[in-house]
Design a protein around this ligand. Structure first.
Ligand SMILES: *[C@@H]1O[C@H](CO)[C@@H](O)[C@H](O)[C@H]1NC(C)=O
Ligand SMILES: *[C@@H]1O[C@H](CO)[C@@H](O)[C@H](O)[C@H]1NC(C)=O
Ligand SMILES: *[C@@H]1O[C@H](CO)[C@@H](O)[C@H](O)[C@H]1NC(C)=O
Length: 371
């Protein structure tokens, strides 16, 4: 998979990129520093900190993250390498007592797993977390791991939190168990798509359990696309890549399904709506717009398919126009209500991360297309 992908870039499609109008430029270092400092201040929940650790790894230490790094990662780190991520992850690890999930996820079993990948750099094993997901957390009859601890309930958010961790763990583990974990990460994506996707297009937010959210939530679709890309890259860079080709084809197609569906609903100023297909009642949401644009740059870098780049470029321009001089992202959804904008003066921890993931994905795309 890997070599044919790189070859694709060497051979074709470059003139279209270079002649594209209004190609965005990245964020400058001063803005990145402000967005990052603000993120640290407001990220407090497990999924926010897990996403922050993944974001910092991709932004600052790309050779240790799945999109641009190697698997397995280097066994020793250079002096100071990833020190900020490791120190922060170590402080969180120090808070763990006993078995079970890494940190309190407010009742969510998927969310604490999002911290697992950074922790893996710190510790040799995240076996408790894995055991909890596979053997303790509630499952559907066909094996989808519940996002919630107290009942079987599936949230699109889960796809960013748990399958990438399961896949990464499997890639490091190697052997039969490693291969089966890589397959399990794929199976979870497949099952979540089966339960949450409507009409071959957008994903619902939440299904099963005592209540549901049938809306096509921008951030839910973004979590799903971005999570499946991390699983895809982990499979592709693992020693088992050639045994998992159909899985990679499927994941690529499932990401493309989401990207195709969301950008068909892009608004004239480049934003997506919080409930993607409800123009009469919903509002522009920069958080989901940023992560879906990031996913589009990653998708293009991986596949060589540039279809979504014009939409991603419009979205990146919108995101830059939505940042204050102080590095706060405006016009985000309130990530805990799902359905209302963040109140004035309140900002979104995931939105801050998604801005950095967008810049990072854009940077990798530029590097790949300037070879
Ligand atoms: C560790 O736990 C304490 C007490 O619950 C909490 O105040 C602190 O923020 C936690 N530290 C980290 C890094 O999670
Ligand atoms: C699925 O498509 C059908 C036919 O186009 C439409 O009536 C229905 O509302 C769609 N369902 C959802 C959940 O989008
Ligand atoms: C983009 O449009 C949305 C409405 O669709 C609006 O809420 C938002 O303020 C606009 N953003 C910018 C930067 O113009």
């Amino acid at each position: 998979m890997r070599s044919s992908r790189s070859l694709f870039f060497a051979l074709c499609a470059l003139p279209a990129v270079f002649s594209a109008p209004a190609e965005p430029t990245g964020l400058d270092d001063a803005m990145i520093a402000k967005v990052k400092a603000n993120l640290r201040v407001i990220a407090t929940h497990s999924w926010e900190i897990g996403t922050e650790l993944e974001t910092l790894t991709e932004l600052e230490w790309p050779s240790l993250a799945v999109f641009e790094g190697t698997l397995p990662p280097p066994t020793t780190l250079k002096s100071g390498e990833a020190a900020d991520v490791i120190d922060y992850a170590a402080a969180i690890v120090a808070n763990i007592t006993g078995d079970g999930p890494l940190i309190d996820g407010d009742g969510a079993v998927g969310d604490p797993a999002s911290i697992g990948q950074a922790r893996r750099i710190v510790l040799l094993a995240a076996a408790n977390q894995l055991n909890y997901l596979l053997n303790v957390a509630p499952h559907t009859d066909d094996g989808a791991i519940s996002h919630r601890a107290e009942q079987v309930q599936l949230w699109a958010d889960f796809v960013y939190m748990a399958p990438p961790f399961i896949a990464y763990y499997g890639a490091l583990q190697g052997g039969d168990e490693g291969l089966s974990l890589l397959k399990e990460s794929y199976t979870q994506c497949k099952l979540y798509r089966k339960y949450l996707q409507d009409n071959g297009t957008l994903w619902r937010h939440i299904t099963l359990g005592s209540w549901s959210d049938k809306n096509h939530w921008g951030t839910g679709n973004a979590w799903a696309a971005a999570g499946m890309l991390r699983v895809l890259e982990t499979l592709a860079r693992s020693e088992f890549s050639s045994s998992l080709t159909q899985e990679q084809v499927d994941l690529t197609s499932w990401v493309n399904e989401i990207l195709t569906s969301v950008w068909a609903l892009q608004q004239s100023n480049g934003t997506l709506l919080n409930y993607l297909d409800q123009p009469a009642t919903s509002f522009g949401d920069t958080s989901s717009t940023a992560l879906l644009a990031a996913s589009s740059y990653r998708y293009a870098t991986i596949t060589g398919d540039l279809t979504h780049i014009p939409a991603a470029n419009r979205a990146f321009d919108l995101i830059k126009a939505s940042l204050t001089d102080d590095g706060w992202l405006l016009n985000t959804v309130d990530p805990e209500s799902f359905s209302t904008p963040s109140p004035p003066g309140v900002y979104s921890p995931e939105g801050q991360s998604f801005v950095l993931l967008l810049h990072t994905a854009w940077r990798a795309f530029k590097a790949a297309t300037s070879l």
